[in-house]
Write a protein that binds this ligand. Structure first.
Ligand SMILES: [Zn+2]
Length: 250
């Protein structure tokens, strides 16, 4: 492991810890300010209770004050964010420039959206709108030909908007329409469409697996946004150089 990868993993753990705060508080309409408390005994937590992964292991997964189990979500979210940034740095070996910063920003946004859709079936506007703004400005400022990015966003979003309308919002939410705009702005053509199709295939395969093993019913909802986010994370990490079949679409 290079120092850059170790730093990326530590950065991912810290972001994951912050994301845990967002994941509990945003759906309940709470702000992100204020000290963290135990979910069951409401005891204010000290800084040494909040060190990503380390505290969870040291406390053997139980609250220091009431011995209630700490939700597995905490280490899971922290490890996922750390893994995504670690793999990105290991695969891409990025140099420090604006593209790398935008890629890291995109990865953190997508990890966040993955967990919000997985846990709550929501893709919060508070996350998705600022991300759309950042990528729209970046595309306009950075790219010689930003039009394919905006067209991909428009086409992908209208595709989801049609599905949303004819399914009455049952098979996918309006958040997926907004996510499609974001994916178009991140990837443009053709990777934007490849990413969307990859996400839908992933969702369909997992849904099929759950149906066949009897772990889900046909009427159960599926967090499509989470699968689109996974596909997008894969696309960012393997962008350009190593994406195995993207050259076929050029
Ligand atoms: Zn407690």
């Amino acid at each position: 492991m290079t120092p850059a990868i170790i730093l990326a993993v530590i950065g991912g753990l810290i972001y994951g810890s912050f994301l845990n705060v967002l994941l509990w508080r945003l759906p309940e309409g709470e702000g992100v300010n204020g000290r963290s408390r135990c979910r069951s005994c409401h005891h204010t937590l000290a800084w040494y209770d909040l060190i990503p992964i380390v505290s969870f292991i040291a406390l053997q997964g139980k609250c220091r004050y009431c011995r209630e189990r700490i939700h597995l979500r905490y280490p899971l979210v922290e490890l996922a964010a750390a893994a995504v940034l670690g793999i990105f740095f290991a695969v891409r070996i990025p140099s420090l420039n604006i593209e790398t910063i935008i890629d890291i920003f995109g990865l953190l946004i997508l990890v966040s959206l993955f967990f919000f859709d997985l846990f709550y079936f929501i893709l919060p506007d508070a996350i998705i709108f600022p991300a759309i703004g950042v990528y729209a400005v970046y595309d306009l400022a950075k790219l010689a030909h930003p039009l394919p990015y905006f067209l991909t966003a428009l086409l992908a979003a209208s595709f989801f908007a049609i599905l949303y309308t004819i399914s009455g919002g049952k098979k996918l939410g309006f958040g997926d329409v907004k996510l499609a705009i974001l994916l178009g702005l991140i990837f443009g053509y053709p990777l934007g469409f490849v990413t969307v199709v990859l996400g839908i295939w992933l969702a369909a395969l997992v849904a099929l697996g759950l149906l066949l093993t009897g772990r889900a019913k046909r009427t159960d909802a599926i967090p499509l946004g989470s699968f689109l986010a996974i596909a997008a994370i894969v696309s960012i990490i393997f962008y350009h150089e190593t994406f195995p079949f993207i050259s076929l679409f050029r």
